[in-house]
Every structure is written in C-alpha cells, then in structure tokens.
Design a protein around this ligand. Structure first.
Ligand SMILES: *Cc1c(COP(=O)(O)O)cnc(C)c1O
Ligand SMILES: [Zn+2]
Length: 437
C-alpha cells in the first residue's frame, strides 16, 4: 500500500487542508484512500477520485500517557461515547439526540466452551443488547452525527434488514426524515422493525445488491440532494462505529486483547474496522501488543469471501445469495478483499456453514448460555464449532465470538423445529401422561 500523502488536488472535493468542519470530527483529520493514500476533506464523499478506492477516516490520535486516556475512557458514559476521543465525533456528542448504543455484555460462555471443547476461555460479545437489537446501532450513531454536521436532512440506507431499523430509530430520535430501502423478501421481524419508527420504508423487487445499486443511482440524482445514505455516501463515518466493538472487548477483558475473534461478514465493514480498532489500541498503548487472529464467518449460501479465502484468491467473485442468514446476504461485499488481507495477515481463516448448521448453532447458543441470537449469531457460533473441529482454531487459546443480532427478529429460522414439548389439558393427570413429571 502506498505511503499516505496530502494530495487531494481535485476541484470538486475540497482538499484535505481546507477541512470545512474540522471541529465537528474530534481527532479525525481527513478521509484517506485505502488504496493510494490520497487525502480528502471530511465531507460526504466515499470514493477516491484518483483510483476509485474506498475512503476511510484518518486520525491524529491522542498519543500521550495511556494511563490518562484509559482513565478518561473509564470515566465516560456506559455507551460508545466513552470512546469519543477515538471517534470522528464532536467533543459534545453526548449532548446530542442519539440512541447512545454500545457497552453491550461480554458474556463468559463456560457452558458453550465445555460443549465445544474450548479450554482457553470463551466469550460471547452480545450485541443483541443494542437499542434496535443489532450491532447496526453503533455504525448508525456515528453516521448520524456526520449527517448532522453536513446539514443533511434525510437519513437513508440500503439494508439487509437490521440497518433499516437502526436508521429508522436513530432518525426518529434525532428529528431527521428517514427513507430506507430493503429487499422485498426479508423476515417479518425486520420489516416491522424498520417501519415502526414512522419513517418511509421502501421494499425493492430484487436482492440486496440490487437495492445497493439503486441507492448509488439515487445519490447521483437530484432527488438524493440532502440525503445521507449511512452506508453509501456516509460509509467512511459509518464504518468507524464498528471500532467500538474492538474497544469494548479489550476494555471488558481488562484492557487486553483476546487470541481469536470470530466475526460475521456481510459487506466485511465490521470485520475490517474491528481490526482497525485493535491496531489503534496497540498504537495508543492502551493494551499490550500481542498477536491476535481474526476469523470471518459466512453462510454457505452466501460465501463469496470464504470461497476466495479457500481458493487462495485476492479478489472476491460475486454470488447470488440463497441463505436463511439474510442479514449477511450480500453477494458482492465491498470490503471483501480487505477481509481476505486481514484473515491472512493475522493467521486467521474464513469459514462458512450451511443453513441447517446455522439453526443448530442458534439453538446451541440458546441452550448453553441463554442467549437467543439471530441467524448471523448462528453463523458465527456454527463457524466457531467448525473451525475447532477442522483444527483451524486452537481451543486452548482465548476466543471471543460475536452475536450481532437478536433471535426475535429471525423467528422463522427456528420456529419449524422449536415449540411446546407437549400440549395438554390443564390437569396433573395429563401432565403425568405426557411423561414430563
Ligand atoms: C450488518 C450485519 C453484520 C455485518 O455487516 P458488515 O456489512 O459485514 O459490516 C453482521 N451481523 C448482523 C446481524 C448485521 O445486521
Ligand atoms: Zn485512491
């Protein structure tokens, strides 16, 4: 990768030096091209004008006494804003109308560990505890603040379900109009949650990848004037929200890094930004520098990154998704190549499980730890099991597996095989007859 420069000489996008909103972005100083390093001002742009590479937020991080920074963080609120010194948000962010997600439970999963033969310690980072019951509240919270700074008035997204709900809720609270786009065939729980907050919800006759293409077109149209698509034109800011998962896991472990992380992959944004967050923690001296391995998890019916990993390819060939794990059903993942880099660099791997294994893993997590994850949680727990069985993940090492959403939103996945043990008349005799006494 090229050395970062301070170029950005384009006429339509303000150069890095002319940052018009500097005070609103805390320690962030620019957008930087992931491919060629060209820098841009902090504006609603998302692709490099030199090479079309994705842009990401670059910082001047508060390098100083790590003990001071740690104390400052620990004194902060029990949500993602405790990490405001490391995020592209204004210093007074806690005073804004926001859903304040984060600081979800890191559950020591001893029962699941026993079942899977993990001896080095196993934790579930349970992001179903967020305001709209998925990890998406983290990314939306940051994108919302960027939209506010840029004076955008409509909040939008292309969504596999959870993002639509998170955008609808955040917009409702912050007083934005919202108009979100989903594929027409999503789970009822996701559709209802996306609609209940009162914004506009548009179901598109097509797959997520069609929805995403449509949104890109809308941004280029005069209709899209004043619109913040959290995962398109606000994507550089959106992505930074996932860093807070890395920060929380490290802090909740007592300011140290685990050996292994098992992370779901849809577009791959979350996985790449968790790695970015872990690298920052090391750079800042907040945790001891030690190796960690990142494992990516996909559903077999939408496993383009896993397929590329196994084939030793650097590029990801798009697929047509067909899986019950709809929240992860992105056939053309934007951050796929970076996910491959990270899995290879850290010595991790990318695996996939079929729908039956997803359902089994949802139930396994539920019956061992009392955590009802959505299908994406079935994917990560199922992949963890497979990684251990195939010798790709060391069970004697310490592992954190992510559950990124709530099982109540994907009831259909388990409903056909889950129900009453017996249905009886209200008499003791009937109970005895049912063989449950
Ligand atoms: C969106 C989503 C992810 C990951 O998405 P990325 O696009 O890879 O960042 C994971 N789990 C759930 C439940 C999601 O909704
Ligand atoms: Zn570039």
């Amino acid at each position: 990768m090229a050395v970062q420069t301070v170029a950005g000489t384009s006429t339509t996008t303000p150069a890095f030096a002319d940052n018009p909103h500097q005070n609103s972005f805390g320690p962030a100083v620019a957008l930087s091209c992931r491919e060629c390093g060209t820098r841009y001002a902090l504006t609603p742009v998302f692709a490099c004008q030199e090479c079309f590479g994705p842009l990401e937020v670059a910082y001047e991080l508060p390098l100083g006494d790590p003990e001071d920074l740690r104390r400052r963080i620990e004194a902060g609120p029990a949500n993602i804003w405790r990490y405001a010194p490391l995020l592209p948000v204004p210093a007074d962010v806690t005073a804004k109308q926001n859903l304040n997600p984060g600081w979800t439970k890191l559950v020591k999963a001893d029962n699941l560990a026993r079942e899977l033969g993990v001896t080095g310690g196993l934790y579930v980072k349970d992001d179903s505890g967020n305001p709209t019951h998925s990890f998406k509240d983290r990314v939306v919270a940051i994108a919302l603040e960027a939209a506010r700074t840029f004076g955008l008035t409509t909040l939008s997204c292309s969504s596999t379900g959870n993002l639509a709900g998170a955008v609808g809720a955040a917009a409702a609270r912050a007083g934005f109009r919202s108009c979100v786009f989903i594929p027409h065939d999503l789970e009822q729980g996701k559709v209802v949650m996306a609609a209940v907050y009162g914004g506009d919800l548009v179901a598109i006759e097509g797959s997520y990848d069609d929805v995403n293409r449509f949104c890109s077109e809308l941004i280029g149209d005069p209709i899209g004037e004043g619109w913040g698509f959290v995962n398109v034109n606000l994507r550089p800011y959106y992505g930074e929200g996932s860093k807070t998962l890395a920060y929380e896991i490290a802090e909740q472990l007592g300011w140290r890094l685990p050996d292994n992380l098992v992370i779901p992959i849809a577009s791959g944004s979350q996985l790449t930004k968790i790695d970015k967050g872990l690298q920052e923690l090391i750079k800042l001296g907040l945790v001891e520098d030690k190796p960690y391995k990142i494992f990516g998890a996909q559903a077999e019916g939408c496993s383009p990154v896993s397929a590329a990993f196994k084939a030793g390819h650097d590029v990801v060939r798009p697929v047509k998704p067909d899986t019950i794990a709809k929240s992860l059903a992105i056939g053309n993942p934007a951050d796929g190549p970076y996910v491959l880099d990270i899995a290879r660099r850290t010595g991790g791997a990318i695996e996939d499980v079929n729908d039956e294994q997803v359902v089994d893993a949802i139930k396994l997590l539920a019956r061992t730890e009392g955590i009802f994850g959505e299908t994406a949680g079935g994917v990560t727990v199922g992949v963890l099991k497979k990684l251990i069985e195939t010798g790709q993940l060391d069970p004697a090492a310490e592992t954190v597996v992510l559950n990124t959403g709530d099982g109540l939103k994907t009831l259909d996945a388990v409903a056909p095989t889950t129900g009453p043990t017996a249905t009886i008349r209200p008499t003791v005799a009937a109970f005895r007859e049912a063989g449950l006494a």
